[in-house]
Design a protein around this ligand. Structure first.
Ligand SMILES: Cc1cc2nc3c(=O)[nH]c(=O)nc-3n(C[C@H](O)[C@H](O)[C@H](O)COP(=O)(O)OP(=O)(O)OC[C@H]3O[C@@H](n4cnc5c(N)ncnc54)[C@H](O)[C@@H]3O)c2cc1C
Length: 283
């Protein structure tokens, strides 16, 4: 087996990509017979891209790169300042074009329906100011508090924060309910969570929320530039391109890893999946 040296930094997701470049190298697999190494990616599904998912309306099929795709999963990336690694990977390294498609660039056509009426807005900070004053004030205070707490985290090791265990033991909803009292403020914070990280605040670790804010270097960046660009060809396109370049020998689809065993001996660990042969990899 040949040595596969090509690796990519996968930088799509907002979780920390702003400051933390996550290296996802293929596993290095030792071929016991030839004593050479190869690298593999194992993924549970039949395609690359995970929660980025193109569906081509013209060809009527998933996992395609086309101008006619609708994205069923992740859609936006931030700009080069807010999400510099995602932007760098997708635009500079993989050479995908992006389209400025922020929903706050609509010339004031974005609409908030609040308890005090219907308002047009051009930015999220402006939107916040349109709520009833008590809600707007409470929301602003909550966002300031989130920023302050996030700043206490080391972005490279949030788990080492003195309060990491406490914050990781509660959901974002727990924190919201402890901190703000107006129903509209609570709803707004919940909505920010679902729109920004595509997960319900009921199930997200509060530590993760703080890490996410810290990684973007503050809520202001998340509010203004985070959902700015769409990727030409659809957001799954970069993952599809990376997988194609890595090739069939490296990409192993429909191969859910069911167990990772760590051996004490020889610096090796085992990787067991339900649909393919087990591997031994250095750890
Ligand atoms: C509707 C929706 C909208 C979104 N909008 C945006 C957006 O606009 N901008 C944005 O940045 N993000 C958005 N996201 C979030 C974004 O898509 C994900 O956060 C991102 O894809 C996460 O990347 P990941 O590689 O960490 O995990 P995933 O994309 O979840 O990939 C995990 C991979 O691991 C594989 N896997 C899981 N278990 C195993 C196993 N046991 N063995 C082998 N393989 C396994 C899965 O098959 C999958 O391929 C959105 C998500 C959704 C669902």
């Amino acid at each position: 087996m040949a040595i596969q040296t090509k690796s990519y930094r996968f930088g799509f997701r907002r979780y920390g990509f702003e400051d933390v470049r996550r290296e996802i190298d293929p596993y290095i697999v030792l071929n016991a017979f030839t004593h050479t190494y190869t690298r593999i990616y194992q993924t549970a599904t039949n395609s690359s891209g995970g929660r980025t998912k193109n569906y081509d309306l013209r060809a009527k099929g998933p996992d395609r790169v086309a101008s006619t795709v609708v994205e069923l999963g992740g859609q936006w990336i931030g700009n080069a300042t807010v999400q510099k690694y995602a932007y760098d990977l997708i635009v500079n390294e993989l050479k995908f074009g992006v389209i400025d498609a922020s929903y706050t660039h609509g010339g004031g056509k974005s609409i908030l329906v609040a308890s005090n009426g219907r308002h047009n807005f051009t930015s999220l900070p402006e939107m916040i100011s349109k709520f009833p004053k008590e809600v707007s004030d409470e929301l602003s205070d909550a966002l300031r508090l989130l920023d302050e707490m996030a700043q206490t985290l080391d972005v490279t090791s949030p788990q080492d924060s003195p309060r990491a265990r406490e914050w990781d033991s509660m959901t974002f909803t727990s924190w919201i309910n402890q901190t703000v009292t107006h129903e509209e403020t609570r709803t707004m914070l919940q909505a920010m969570c679902t729109t920004m990280i595509a997960q319900s605040a009921d199930v997200v670790s509060f530590l993760h929320i703080l890490f996410y804010i810290r990684a973007a270097n503050g809520i202001a960046n998340l509010q203004i530039y985070e959902q700015q660009y769409r990727v030409r060809g659809g957001t799954q396109a970069p993952a599809i391109k990376m997988a194609e370049e890595l090739g069939h020998n490296v990409m192993h689809y429909n191969s859910p890893v069911t167990l990772i065993k760590q051996f004490e001996r020889n610096g090796m660990c085992g990787l067991i999946c339900s649909t393919c042969n087990s591997h031994t990899i250095p750890h």
